[in-house]
Ligand binder design. Sequence first.
Ligand code: M6R
Length: 364
Amino acid sequence: EKGGYDHFMLKEIYEQPKAVSDTLIPRLKDKDIIIDELGMTDEEIKRIRKIYIIACGSAYHTGVTAKYVFEGLARIPVEVDLASEFRYRNPIFEPDTFAIIVSQSGETADSLAALREAKAHHIKTLGIVNVVGSSIAREADNVMYTWAGPEIAVATTKAYSTQLIAQYLLALKFAKVRETIDETTFSSMIDSLKQLPEQISFLLSHKENVQKFANRYLASDHVFFIGRGIDYAISLEGSLKLKEISYIHSEAYAAGELKHGTISLIEDGRLVVAVLTQPDLYKKTISNILEVKTRGAFVMAVTTVGNTQVEKVADYCIYIPETNPYFTNSLAVIPLQLFGYYVALGKGLDVDKPRNLAKSVTVE
Ligand code: M6R
């Protein structure tokens, strides 16, 4: 059942090139993006004034990334909400607001309740869901499926990756219809998307670099993940992957916030994972690396190949291939998933079924 892998999580990590491709390729036609299941006319897409992205856990983290992509490409304001907060915060529902609910299982109680809340206020809703026929898929006005296939491990990997793809496609589609992107950029971004499956395979074929490093950090008690912009969104997921299965406390911090809190926790030997995939933010995050290094931290950086400045300041670098900066999450998350996996494995823990967690959270 595990197809020769020791754990479902590793099997699912390895299924990512296919899952990404299955979610992406059928929606690319003649140099365009076709999302029939969106059920929206171009006029309706043009009228959107605000997007809510509502989800829990890792699905929420894909929304944090998607906010940058929707705002950057389609120039539509986005609010990302944890479903458990959204449903009780009395949100403002204005006409021309569009709500996207992201869920692997389609059964998460809070996400379902948030969907019902949005529908009760006559807001147009879209479910980005993996399980066909699940409650969110059935109740949302429209559903865009992620074609990750069944995901068994509690820690999500391939569903997360396909949720990113679904949102990149939507953001690019909206940008095209709203004419906030030029033709050349649009087609070069589609080309970048098409390369992702192969680039993910490349990262997987170099997993030893991560495994070696992970084995040195089995005894950590706290780990920090830092980054800015999309790199912060990647950090949120990297941190969750580590803590949920390895039981090592970890925290993701927007790198610029270090001085407002976390830096007091940095001491000799503390592991800090820094994510630097956004060229316009490299320099800023490098200064933050220097600040933690001065206080004794050991820094592992995940950065884009060719970014040699980082090598001078970080203790250990993991490189991801070059892609469009909006899409780096799809690549940077791979070594971070592997890091969580190998730390948990090295500690002899039940990787697929971490204590106290369930695959699908159907109670609030
Ligand atoms: O099924 P859903 O996508 O709605 O689940 C949401 C979260 O419970 C889920 O992403 C959780 O955070 C994962 N275990 C993280 O790996």
